[in-house]
Design a binder for this molecule. Structure first.
Ligand SMILES: *Cc1c(COP(=O)(O)O)cnc(C)c1O
Length: 400
């Protein structure tokens, strides 16, 4: 039967399939633009021109100036550099307070934890049950000595989009530097760093069909960047190392494609996402995690009572569905997701979560197949679950 042979990749928040256009541009770059952009001869200068063009293309997609674009090895490095830079810059003026949230990616949370050990004071704001940060809470948390507000644009587990424009306005009014980890948002929702008063932004190519291992830190003039990697004078002296030109060029191509298609693709993906949400909502004792309105077009995240997320994933893989139980960085550990705990899911429920993140190439037929198979697998796992048995016999109370 045709349908059982289909393989559905529904883990686009972990990484996306590299687009053909990006692959083609990267191949061409490796064949014909192998020079070092720092070399003065014409082979190097041809590569330097390519690099400049990619920088201008990326800047245009964000509403930034090309001089504000720093190429990095990805989202994690951009997050590290943004936060360490603002902290170092603030500390010179006696400002050692940083505001962020409990639902950030570990690239942000672990960097903040390190700074805390070095004497910085970190406030991690709560979110509501949908995963939304209240702009008023950001405003209230800002102090005289606040060096940085760092709040993600959209959450990688539950897809909630944060009120970034409002937070940007508050930070500008209060004179505090504002960084956003926009790794999940870039290429999927409209972003304009100037209009939204964003001072620093992190993005990663492999989250919008570009290659892995390349990203961007956008930073405006308000903050002096601190080097994480020392060496040559690349990236205006702020990030040493010969530029990953094929990666950078592939990223620029993928970003331009994503941004020029945003309206069309987000309309299509949102419709299919809502069909998936509607189908899965019919499973009893299940709950959607995250917001229904302010949500990334491709993100679906559910908790199912009485089952383990990991078993669910393995059985779905056998049915040809690639999914995730929350964040790829935490799967493999038995700790429930910090994001699900922050939105108030109890420990036992947070273990039974399933994240499906779809891309533009998904079909209605595939959505319906996923709904059917997930229902089957959940039914099966519950039939062999001692916890579900206790819930059925009333020895434990349902929480969802
Ligand atoms: C994937 C991701 C990162 C890390 O990006 P890499 O390029 O894989 O280092 C950071 N933040 C968020 C929100 C992400 O989804």
């Amino acid at each position: 039967m045709e349908v059982t042979q289909m393989y559905i990749y529904a883990d686009n928040a972990a990484t996306t399939k590299t687009s053909q256009a990006a692959i083609k541009a990267m191949n061409e770059c490796m064949e014909d633009f192998y020079g070092n952009p720092s070399s003065l001869h014409s082979v190097g200068q041809r590569a330097a021109e390519k690099l400049l063009q990619a920088r201008m293309d990326v800047a245009e997609c964000l509403g930034a100036d090309f001089k504000e674009i720093y190429f990095t090895s990805g989202g994690s490095e951009a997050d590290n550099q943004a936060i360490i830079s603002a902290a170092t810059f603030g500390a010179k003026k006696g400002k050692k307070h940083i505001i962020s949230t409990k639902i950030e990616h570990h690239a942000v949370l672990h960097t903040l934890a390190k700074l805390e050990k070095q004497g910085f004071d970190v406030t991690l704001l709560d979110v509501n049950e949908k995963g939304e940060v209240d702009p008023k809470a950001v405003e209230d948390a800002i102090r005289e000595d606040t060096a940085l507000v760092s709040i993600m644009y959209a959450n990688n587990e539950i897809g909630t989009i944060e009120p970034i424009t409002e937070i940007g306005e508050i930070c500008e009014r209060k004179g505090v530097i504002f960084h956003t980890d926009a790794v999940q948002a870039v290429g999927h929702v409209d972003i304009d760093v100037k209009k939204q008063k964003i001072d620093m932004l992190s993005l990663s190519a492999h989250k919008f069909h570009g290659p892995k291992g390349v990203g961007v830190l956008y930073a405006n003039k308000k903050v002096t960047l601190t080097n994480i990697i020392e060496g040559g004078a690349q990236e205006r002296g702020k990030r040493a190392g010969t530029e990953n030109l094929p990666g950078i060029v592939g990223m620029a191509v993928a970003l331009k494609d994503a941004v020029s298609n945003i309206e069309k693709s987000s309309a299509k993906v949102t419709t299919l996402r809502d069909r998936l949400i509607e189908g899965l909502s019919k499973i009893e004792h299940s709950v959607l995690n995250g917001a229904s309105e302010n949500r990334l077009p491709g993100n679906v995240n559910f908790c199912f009572e009485g089952i383990e997320g990991e078993s669910l994933l393995l059985l779905l893989d056998a049915k040809g569905i690639a999914a995730s139980s929350g964040s790829a960085c935490t799967s493999g550990s038995l700790d429930p997701s910090h994001v699900l705990l922050a939105i108030g899911r109890p420990h036992e429920v947070a273990h039974g979560s399933l994240r499906l993140t779809i891309a533009e190439d998904i079909t209605e037929e595939q959505i319906d197949y996923m709904v059917k198979e997930i229902k089957n697998v959940v039914d099966y796992l519950r039939s062999i679950s001692p916890v579900w048995d206790e819930l059925q016999r009333g020895e434990q109370k349902h929480v969802i």
